[in-house]
Design a protein around this ligand. Structure first.
Ligand code: ZN
Length: 409
């Protein structure tokens, strides 16, 4: 079975919509945001909105009042099409935003968020209220962190850019210098026993902290000043599931909270490589095919790839996250229905066949268009960021659209 893409269509659409919404500003305090959790009755929301509608008649500026009321009406009309609220809740943004000249246009976004909304919220402001949704875009992946030497150990979690300390231990292991009155050998043995106990204690705590979350854990990073960290990894103190996640050991000067920061800093390249490995793997496969004398099982360029997708010949479709293009379908009075790809949503369109003014009957994000084409053929669609050199090359050298084929076309 093909592995599922790292970013599916729902997540891509959500991310794109958020990018647009965040930048929108109203002329006045007239952009409305409504967050509705699953538990809320639609009839209650309607009653709330009716109340806001009547209160808005107190707004001094006539144009603001008109726009607020228009937005509330539009939201209510949209809500009427729902029988129940979806599992993760519903978020609606609606209002008039400026366009060229003195004009405004009404925008409306209805989002089903990727995570559940917990509280009902209504807000009217000069911009849309998106804070609760921003955190949903954050990566939930995390790394385990352990810093250790014979004196001290610290366990923590890295998620996003945040480091959280989970546990900190100081050992009872005496430093290795001669103690008067005791035989050196016996003293050495005691030290080793104490160290062993300390390593075990640290490893047990690591199991407690990490094992429940191992699904989300991308890797485990081990840091410390000397050889102890390598000894700790090599001697198998860690739970076998954690042992499998060890990325590498990294030198740090400290083993406390500051040591965890050093560890993340020093492991930066390794972390970035891992995060982008999946994306890089696909592009590298593409390059391998392209390098073959007959072009192998590669395809690139929008038209060529589109044809291959429509034939069901594409195994992996790679699309740059920042394609930012529209697929527009038009219909002219002479009956031509045509599709074209454009840089942005057009206000009006000419028929590519006969040049007559044509009606725009569909206007959607190019990536979404490809998602739809691919659905019927079990094609794996991969959204590729420009965070790696390979990802950048997909955008600059291949226009952001390429494919690995199942067979030559
Ligand atoms: Zn025409």
């Amino acid at each position: 079975m093909a592995e599922k893409g790292s970013m599916d269509r729902a997540k891509y659409d959500f991310k794109k919509a958020m990018q647009e919404i965040v930048d929108l500003r109203g002329r006045g305090t007239e952009l409305i945001s409504v967050y509705i959790p699953k538990t809320k009755m639609i009839s209650d929301v309607m009653a709330y909105l009716r109340d806001e509608y009547s209160q808005s008649s107190n707004i001094k500026s006539k144009s603001t009042m008109k726009n607020v009321q228009g937005a509330i009406e539009s939201i209510m009309a949209r809500l009427k099409t729902y029988k129940t609220i979806p599992d993760n809740g519903l978020v609606l943004f609606c209002g008039e935003v400026p366009r060229a000249g003195d004009q405004t246009r009404m925008v409306q976004y209805v989002l089903e968020p990727p995570e559940a909304i917990t509280a009902f919220l209504y807000r009217c402001d000069s911009q849309f209220f998106t804070d609760p949704l921003q955190t949903m875009l954050l990566d939930k992946k995390m790394y385990g962190l352990i810093c250790i030497d014979r004196q001290e150990s610290t366990i923590g979690i890295l998620s996003g850019n945040r480091i959280v300390v989970s546990a900190h231990f100081e050992s009872m292991v005496p430093r290795k210098h001669r103690q008067g009155g005791q035989s050196a050998q016996r003293f050495e043995r005691l030290i080793e026993i104490a160290a062993h106990e300390f390593f075990k204690k640290t490893a047990d705590k690591a199991t407690e902290v990490f094992l429940d979350r191992i699904q989300d854990m991308v890797g485990l990073l081990i840091g410390g000043p000397g050889a102890t960290k390598d000894f700790f990894v090599k001697e198998g103190y860690l739970h076998h599931e954690l042992q499998k996640k060890v990325v590498d050991t990294f030198d740090t000067g400290y083993t406390d909270e500051y040591g965890l920061k050093e560890l993340v800093e020093n492991a930066k390249d390794a972390i970035q490589d891992i995060d982008l490995m999946r994306e890089k793997k696909f592009i590298q496969r593409l390059f391998t095919e392209i390098r073959k004398q007959d072009g192998g099982l590669s395809a690139y360029g929008e038209d060529v790839v589109r044809d291959a997708v429509n034939m069901g010949a594409v195994e992996v479709l790679m699309l740059s996250e920042n394609l930012n293009k529209r697929r527009v379908t038009t219909k002219c009075p002479n009956g031509h229905e045509c599709q074209q790809t454009m840089k942005e949503s057009p206000d009006r369109c000419q028929c590519p066949e006969c040049g007559a003014n044509a009606e725009i009957i569909r206007d959607e994000d190019l990536v979404d268009d490809f998602f739809e084409l691919s659905e019927a053929f079990n094609t794996d669609v991969e959204i590729i960021t420009e965070d790696s050199e390979e990802g950048e090359m997909l955008m600059t050298a291949f226009g952001g659209i390429a494919a690995i084929l199942r067979y030559k076309v």
